[in-house]
Design a protein around this ligand. Structure first.
Ligand SMILES: O=C(CO)COP(=O)(O)O
Length: 249
């Protein structure tokens, strides 16, 4: 049995004031006890978010993690620091990092391994572009992104990690993959995991991300290989995010 997981990725949004309001409103929401949930605010606000969300069910995560363990890497934050602050999760390989900040498959694998070496759960983000999908390369691209990590970690080194499938064409566009399109790729991902071990295949939680909102979440989460979501825009509004978490229960 895989516990559903819903994470909000705030990207470069939020402030001390919005975090305080958000936490106060979230504390009033009845969230299902059967769902794990959290938000990933900008790194600078992790401490404030952890403190503000104490009275809620929400954990806090990091949006990225350095592949290096420490030293002269200006601007970077390592896995030990993310753990030290009390984060439950760290995203690695988000498409915005891959596209705009040069995160290659090899670097993302090293980031995953760095997070996995701590008590923080790594969330490996993978997904194809519109061009990939139109040229029928979805499985090639997603498979290569996933294998780049699995070939370095093996089953043992991956177990406990989470995968978020986020088709790039569905991120922030309002174009959601249909539940059938998402399920098809999730089933493919589980097939790749099976090449590395049955336990890995059965235990790994697979999240869908890309324009998930309170209206489309339930149909996506009902699919057999979709174990929750990674939510961008809709995670910034308490009522919307709470409804998405409820849809996973
Ligand atoms: O990139 C995403 C989450 O990481 C998805 O963003 P949206 O939900 O805003 O499309």
């Amino acid at each position: 049995m895989r516990t559903p997981l819903v994470l909000g990725n705030w990207k470069q949004n939020g402030s001390l004031a919005t975090i305080a309001d958000y936490a106060a409103e979230m504390a009033k929401q009845a969230l299902p006890t059967t769902v794990e949930a959290g938000i990933c605010p900008p790194a600078l606000y992790v401490a404030a978010a952890i403190n503000a969300l104490k009275e809620t069910k929400l954990a806090v995560g990091s949006q990225d993690c350095s592949e290096y363990s420490g030293g002269a890497f200006t601007g970077e934050i390592n896995a030990a620091m993310i753990s030290d602050m009390g984060c439950g999760y760290a995203l690695v390989g988000h498409s915005e990092r891959r596209e705009m900040f040069g995160d290659t498959n090899a670097r993302v694998a090293d980031k995953f391994i760095a997070v996995k070496a701590t008590d923080v759960t790594p969330v490996l983000c993978i997904g194809e572009s519109l061009q990939d999908r139109e040229s029928e390369k979805t499985f090639d691209v997603v498979g290569a992104q996933l294998r780049a990590v699995l070939e370095k970690t093996g089953e043992e080194g991956f177990i406990g990690g989470v995968i978020a499938y986020e088709p790039v064409w569905a991120i922030g566009t309002g174009l959601t993959a249909s539940p059938e399109q998402a399920q098809e790729v999730h089933e493919f991902i589980r097939g790749v995991l099976a090449e590395f071990g049955e336990t890995l295949k059965n235990s790994t939680r697979l999240l869908y991300g890309g324009s998930v909102n309170k209206d489309n979440a339930r149909a996506l989460f009902e699919k057999p290989d979709i174990d929750g979501g990674l939510i961008g825009g809709a995670s910034l509004k308490v009522n919307d995010f709470a409804a998405v978490i409820q849809a996973a229960g």
